[in-house]
Design a protein around this ligand. Structure first.
Ligand SMILES: [Zn+2]
Length: 555
C-alpha cells in the first residue's frame, strides 16, 4: 500500500468535500479555494444590429469574428428589448443596468423636463467640461442622468474599486452610459477636431494613450482613403442595387454610390467618417489602445471594457439595412471583431476573457423598399402630424400652446394652461385619440398618466409601462403602426418602436465561463447584466429586473 504523504493528504482535504447523496452514493466534489473570475470582460454593443444580420451575411463572414462567437460561444437567438421606445441611450442603459427605462431614467436619447421647461439630452451635464478638444460642447457629458448602477459599477464595488472599467465609442452616450458612474474613463469621438475626448467628470487630462492615439491623426488618413467595397460590387447579393432612390447621400456627394469620397464639411470636418466602416476601425483601435494603455486584464482583479460600435447605426439611418453600404459595413465589422479577438487571445491568453455582444435596438427596413415589394410600411410627415395635433387642440379648447414638447412620439402637455382652461389630460387624450386614429400610420393613442386604463393589448401595454418615468416621460403616447415611422426624409431608416424589427437583437456570449450552445427560449435585454453578474459572482445592478441565462454559464 502506497503511503500518502501528510502534505498530499492535506491538499486532498482542501480540494475535496466528501458528501453522501440521497441514493447513498459517496460524491466527491472539487472545491475551489479561491474565487475564479475572467481576467477581462469585453462588452460589445453594435448600434442598430438586428438579429437577422448574424445570418443574413453568414456565408460571407470570415472565421474568427462573429462566427467565432456564434459557433464557439452561446447564442441567445430569441433575445428582445423589454420596452417600447427602442433608441440608443435607452438601449445601452438597459444592457448595462438590466433595468427598465422607467427605473433607470434613460427613457430616450432626449426627453423634456417640465420642471425646467427645457429639453434634456441623456448624457448632458453642464457642470463638467471637455477634455481633449477645443470643442467646448462635446465634452459637457456625464452619466449623472442615469438613475441606477451598471454591471460595470457593480464590478467596481465588488472588487473594492480595484477593477478598471472603461467605455469607448464614437457616440458619447454609447461610451458613457455603459461605463457607469464609477468608471475609470469614457472616451468618445469629437467630429469637429477628430480627437477622442472625455469630460472633467472622469479627470482633468486625457491619459497618455488617448493623446498618443489622437496624435496619430488616423481620421485624416481615413478621410483620404475614402470608402471602397471589400468585394467586387456584383458579389453584394444580399442587397438592393447600389443606387436606389431611398438611400441618402454622404456630405458633398451627388449620389449614394461606390466608391464613396469622404469629404468633411466646414463645421464638421470628420463626422462623415462615422458613416463609413472606418468608424468601426477607429473604435477597434481605441478599444485595443485602452486595454494596452490601462494594462487591462493583467491584474489580480477582473477589468471591464465596454465598447460600442456606433457606425452601423449611422449607415443604417443613411442608406438602410438593404444597402450595399450596410452589407459592406458588416463584412468589414466582422473582420474588426476577428482582429480584436486575436488581440485578446495574445494579450490575456485564450480562454481568459469573456465577451458578450448585443445591440441597442434594431431597425425597420426602409419603408419605400417594403412598399416596392407590396409589404406594409410607410412614412408620416412629422410636421403635418404636429400641425394636426395643434389644430385639433385649438379647435377643441380655444387657442393656446397646449403642447410643450413632442419627443419619442410622446406629447408633453402644458399643465398650467390646462389648469387655467379647466381642461383635464383625459379631455386632451379623448380629442387626440379621435383625431389621430384615422391618420394613416397611427395605430393608437394612449394616456400615459392613466396607463392602467389604456385600451391596449397586454403585450404592448407592458412594453409602454416599462418606459414610463414620472419625471421624464410625456403625457400622451402616439403609437405607430408596424412598418411605419415619422420622418421628413424619404431616405434611410429609423427605429424606436415596440415591433420585432426594433426589439429582436443578438445576444452572444463567448469565452471564460461560457458554455457552447444556443437557446430559442425568449430572453430579454434585461437578462444581460444579471448573466454577466452571475458569471462574475457580483451583485446585479440596483435596478435590475432580468435573470441570468443559466444555460449559457458553466457550472
Ligand atoms: Zn442606436
Amino acid at each position: 500500500m502506497k503511503r500518502i504523504s501528510g502534505f498530499l493528504l492535506h491538499l486532498l482535504i482542501a480540494f475535496a468535500a466528501v458528501t453522501t447523496s440521497a441514493t447513498g452514493q459517496t460524491v466527491v466534489k472539487a472545491k475551489n479555494t479561491t474565487l475564479a473570475r475572467p481576467k477581462l470582460v469585453v462588452g460589445i454593443v453594435v448600434d442598430q444590429m438586428r438579429y437577422d444580420y448574424l445570418y443574413r451575411y453568414y456565408d460571407k463572414y470570415k472565421e474568427g469574428g462573429l462566427k467565432r462567437l456564434m459557433n464557439e460561444g452561446f447564442n441567445c437567438r430569441n433575445n428582445h428589448y423589454h420596452y417600447a421606445l427602442t433608441v440608443t441611450a435607452a438601449g445601452h442603459s438597459a444592457v448595462y443596468t438590466g433595468a427598465l427605462p422607467a427605473v433607470n431614467g434613460i427613457v430616450g436619447n432626449d426627453w423634456y423636463d417640465k420642471s425646467k421647461a427645457s429639453n434634456v439630452y441623456c448624457t448632458e451635464d453642464k457642470t463638467v467640461a471637455t477634455v481633449g478638444s477645443s470643442n467646448v460642447t462635446v465634452g459637457k457629458m456625464s452619466p449623472r442622468n442615469l438613475l441606477t448602477t451598471t454591471v460595470t459599477d457593480q464590478l467596481r464595488i465588488a472588487t473594492n474599486f480595484r477593477s478598471k472599467t472603461i467605455g469607448v465609442a464614437i457616440k458619447d452616450r454609447a461610451s458613457i452610459l455603459p461605463a457607469g458612474h464609477a468608471a475609470n474613463g469614457a472616451y468618445w469621438f469629437d467630429s469637429k477636431t477628430g480627437n477622442f475626448v472625455t469630460s472633467t467628470y472622469y479627470g482633468n487630462e486625457l491619459p497618455q494613450w488617448v493623446q498618443d492615439y489622437n496624435n496619430k491623426k488616423m481620421p485624416s488618413e481615413y478621410l483620404r482613403r475614402g470608402w471602397n467595397t471589400l468585394l467586387p460590387i456584383e458579389q453584394y447579393t444580399q442587397s438592393s442595387p447600389d443606387d436606389v432612390p431611398w438611400e441618402g447621400t454622404l456630405s458633398g456627394a451627388a449620389k449614394p454610390i461606390f466608391p464613396h469620397e469622404l469629404i468633411g464639411t466646414a463645421g464638421d470636418a470628420f463626422g462623415v467618417i462615422t458613416t463609413s466602416p472606418w468608424g468601426n476601425t477607429m473604435t477597434k483601435e481605441m478599444a485595443i489602445a485602452a486595454i494596452k494603455g490601462e494594462n487591462m486584464g493583467k491584474g489580480k482583479d477582473t477589468d471591464f471594457l465596454a465598447v460600442s460600435f456606433s457606425t452601423p447605426d449611422r449607415i443604417g439611418h443613411a442608406f438602410g439595412p438593404n444597402s450595399v453600404e450596410q452589407e459592406d459595413n458588416y463584412l468589414k465589422l466582422d473582420m474588426e471583431f476577428a482582429d480584436l479577438f486575436n488581440f485578446l487571445d495574445s494579450w490575456t491568453g485564450k480562454g481568459n476573457y469573456t465577451v458578450f455582444l448585443t445591440a441597442d435596438h434594431g431597425a425597420m427596413d426602409v419603408p419605400a423598399f417594403w412598399q416596392e415589394h407590396k409589404l406594409p410600411a410607410g412614412l408620416m410627415n412629422p410636421t403635418t402630424l404636429t400641425r394636426t395635433i395643434v389644430k385639433s387642440l385649438n379647435d377643441a379648447f380655444g387657442e393656446g400652446e397646449y403642447v410643450q414638447a413632442f419627443e419619442n412620439y410622446q406629447l408633453y402637455l402644458n399643465n398650467a394652461l390646462l389648469k387655467e382652461k379647466k381642461v383635464s389630460i383625459e379631455d386632451v387624450y379623448k380629442v387626440l385619440r379621435e383625431t389621430l386614429i384615422p391618420v394613416q400610420g397611427i395605430a393608437d393613442v394612449i394616456n400615459l398618466t392613466d396607463i392602467g386604463r389604456a385600451p391596449l393589448n397586454t403585450y404592448q401595454l407592458e412594453l409602454y409601462k416599462n418606459n414610463i418615468n414620472a419625471k421624464r416621460s410625456g403625457d400622451i403616447q402616439v403609437i405607430v403602426q408596424p412598418g411605419w415611422f415619422a420622418s421628413s426624409y424619404g431616405t434611410g431608416t429609423d427605429h424606436g418602436t415596440p415591433y420585432n424589427y426594433d426589439t429582436h437583437v443578438p445576444f452572444l456570449l463567448y469565452g471564460w465561463g461560457v458554455n457552447k450552445g444556443e437557446t430559442l427560449r425568449r430572453t430579454t435585454i434585461a437578462d444581460i447584466a444579471p448573466t454577466i453578474s452571475a458569471l462574475l459572482h457580483i451583485l446585479p445592478p440596483s435596478g435590475n429586473v432580468g435573470n441570468p441565462v443559466e444555460e449559457a454559464l458553466k457550472k
